[in-house]
Design a protein around this ligand. Structure first.
Ligand code: 6R9
Length: 589
């Protein structure tokens, strides 16, 4: 298959280039749900799969610029589907395969996708997930959908086949195998759309952020190479679902553009147990860089050191963290226990909107210090800027403010699909002349950046502004796995009175925690109330949903807002009940 010389579209950069040099190099390692069942796909195989799939899409009538919704768990076919869209110039919109039919339908309609690609079933944590059924329900509410391509995986007894939905539905593996392994890449403009990815706003409908061709790929490749010090033969393990931006940039585009070998994790961090799931993998697959979320690190920490120590982790050279502020305790455990103090830990700050990592300890001068729980330094071309509420630029160190970025960078999202006004209102108008991230940050006296949490979560007590992360970081106590701090109305202290939700501990510990926070931070920061809970409300990608907690303490449990990204509704119900008990006890006292 010869590559069109003028074609700079993605699959050429992510596949063809490498097939010319090293066709048999492994591109993907699919670490399946059942440990030890990995599948390896070489660059040649991935190119063939992508081309066949590209031809199938074209034959089905998908054209350049059309949107294609992909509803699949992490697997080689999902990656090939993304790359096939890119190859023919279509725009992919991957939707996390845990979303409900309703949420999927919203996203299909918003993207105006005529095509949906899915698999009949998926496996996660040993459970069969009926993806095709969800798609069936979703497309009933989407009159614009013309075709659903279903890959049949044989996982369990599957009745009925896929012929039921509509005429255009096809079992696409069969179709694909009839196609040619050569598919001319579309020639795209650098600013043409590459993909849409939905991220939830705190209110209203989800935002379909648009990333474009050249800038995004450049930023994905550069950050992957330099932040993680990715070398030619390394095996890169990013435990993120392809339904999130981390999966797009650091499972798919960054590693593949760099000709690397990337791991697709299908399972959960604790299936079948907290050792076999993740800690056995570095040795078996010889993983060199491991990139995960604080929520998973905190969960695994709770299971103790033995699960980790059981397995050889000498292949690891670097550990990364993304998605939330990483509290000091989790950072130390990651560094000391998981990485045996040998691997630098990079806390990487970025967003769906930024396309790739913007602040992280590496790259930096050889031997440069890395401080626990801090993203520290801006990446090449990123100019962070701190602004106060009135829009004044804060130039000094040892200051907190809104994190803004003062000049455009290649990976920046260009718009919200079909709603440029909302894009401007959310990111560019709040602080004119700057990109407004919505996150709070503290610049230390050394000039390093430490994220303090979402600005809408900031608590104001007697005139003092507190970032949630600052207090949560201190709430570290032997019996506390995770904590979330929120504000609630208070007559005396003005705007805020604090209340913490702390997991896995006994209520008798609340006094100890109050003392701990008073001592380590300040008396005013000590929580007025401590509620003990077994779980915190989290998004499916592991972020704590503090706004849900806020509504509960404001007694507005019936106005919890958009919960489509909420992972476990049961956890919220338990917190509501727990909160009622807490209020009753307060009254009794
Ligand atoms: C990549 C990703 C973005 C939001 C972001 C911030 C939080 C991400 C962080 C972090 C502190 C870090 N966030 N990384 N906060 N330290 N290292 O997660 O994208 O899902 O769009 O979330 O996540 O609040 O604004 P996305």
């Amino acid at each position: 298959c010869s590559v069109n010389d003028t074609g700079f579209s993605f699959p050429v950069n992510c596949l063809d280039r490498h097939v010319h040099v090293a066709p048999d190099k492994v591109a993907l390692i699919w670490e399946k749900d059942e440990p030890g069942e990995e599948v390896r796909v070489t660059y040649r195989e991935l190119l063939e799969l992508t081309c066949r799939l590209g031809n199938t899409l074209k034959r089905q009538g998908v054209k350049q610029g059309d949107r294609v919704t992909i509803y699949m768990p992490p697997c080689p076919l999902a990656v090939a589907s993304m790359l096939a869209c890119a190859r023919i110039g279509a725009v992919h919109a991957v939707v996390f395969a845990g979303f409900s039919a309703e949420s999927l339908a919203d996203r299909i309609r918003d993207a105006q996708s005529e095509t949906v690609i899915t698999v009949n079933q998926g496996l996660r944590g040993g459970k069969v997930i009926e993806l095709k059924k969800t798609v069936d329900q979703a497309v009933k509410q989407c009159p614009g959908v013309k075709r659903v391509l279903v890959h049949k995986q044989v996982l369990a007894q599957h009745k009925g086949g896929c012929e039921t939905l509509r005429e255009l539905l096809c079992s696409f593996l069969q179709e694909m195998m009839k196609e040619d392994t050569c598919c001319e890449p579309a020639v795209m403009d650098s600013e043409d759309m590459l993909f849409i990815l939905y991220t939830s706003g705190s209110t209203g409908k989800p935002k379909g952020l648009v990333h474009t061709q050249a800038g995004y790929l450049l930023f994905a490749a550069l950050t992957h190479k330099y932040v993680f010090d990715y070398q030619d033969r390394d095996i890169f393990g990013c435990v993120a679902d392809i339904g999130w931006i981390t999966g797009h940039t650091y499972v798919v585009y960054g590693p593949l553009c760099n000709g690397g070998t990337t791991v697709l994790f299908e399972s959960t961090p604790v299936y079948p147990n907290p050792g076999n799931s993740l800690w056995a993998v570095p040795k078996r697959l010889r993983i060199n860089q491991f990139y995960g979320a604080p929520t998973a690190i905190r969960l695994l920490l709770r299971y103790g050191n033995e699960w980790v120590k059981k397995y050889d982790r000498s292949s690891l050279k670097l550990l990364g963290s993304v998605g939330e502020p990483i509290n000091r305790e989790a950072w130390e455990w990651y560094f000391r226990v998981v990485g045996e103090t040998r691997c630098p830990v990079v806390d990487t700050w970025w967003q769906t909107e930024t396309g790739g990592i913007c602040i992280s300890p590496r790259p930096s001068n050889p031997g440069a210090e890395i401080l626990p729980g801090m993203a520290m330094r801006p990446f090449f071309g990123i100019s962070p800027c701190l602004l106060d509420d009135k829009g004044n630029i804060l130039l000094k160190n040892n200051v907190s403010g809104a994190l803004c970025i003062s000049q455009a960078w290649p990976g920046m999202a260009r718009t919200i699909y079909n709603d440029h006004k909302r894009f401007l209102e959310t990111y560019l108008i709040p602080r004119p002349g700057f990109f407004f991230t919505g996150d709070g940050v503290y610049r230390t006296s050394e000039g390093y950046y430490q994220l303090t949490g979402r600005l809408d979560d900031v608590i104001n007590i007697s005139g003092h502004r507190l970032g949630t992360a600052e207090v949560e970081n201190i709430s570290h106590h032997v019996a506390v796995a995770e904590s979330a701090v929120i504000g609630c109305p208070h007559e005396i202290k003005g705007e805020g009175k604090m209340l913490s939700f702390l997991g896995y501990t006994e209520e008798t510990l609340s006094a100890e925690l109050q003392e701990l926070i008073s001592k380590k931070m300040a008396k005013y920061a000590a929580p007025d109330y401590v509620q003990v809970t077994h779980q915190l409300p989290k998004t499916r990608s592991g972020k704590i949903m503090r706004r849900v907690l806020r509504k509960i303490v404001e007694n507005k449990a019936n106005e919890l807002g958009d919960l489509t990204t909420l992972d476990d509704y049961e956890a919220v119900q338990q917190i509501i009940t727990g909160h009622k008990h807490l209020v009753e006890r307060q009254k009794d006292n």
